[in-house]
Design a protein. Sequence first.
Length: 75
Amino acid sequence: MSLARKMTAIIEREDDGFVALCPELDIASQGMTIEEARANLIEALTLFFETASPSEVSRRFHSEVFVTQVEIPVG
């Protein structure tokens, strides 16, 4: 039985495609669509967990990630 872990995915448009970032591990991927960028990030995270040592996972993992918006005066 494999373990499942929920991670954060932040996806934003960049030029003609999209970039997907997992801030907990600082791993990113990209794709031409949101769905492709998300799928590529899942693949990158899966490969990371398959190949990284437990110490590497522990070293890179940030357990608390807060995603919010801030308002900044401009002009």
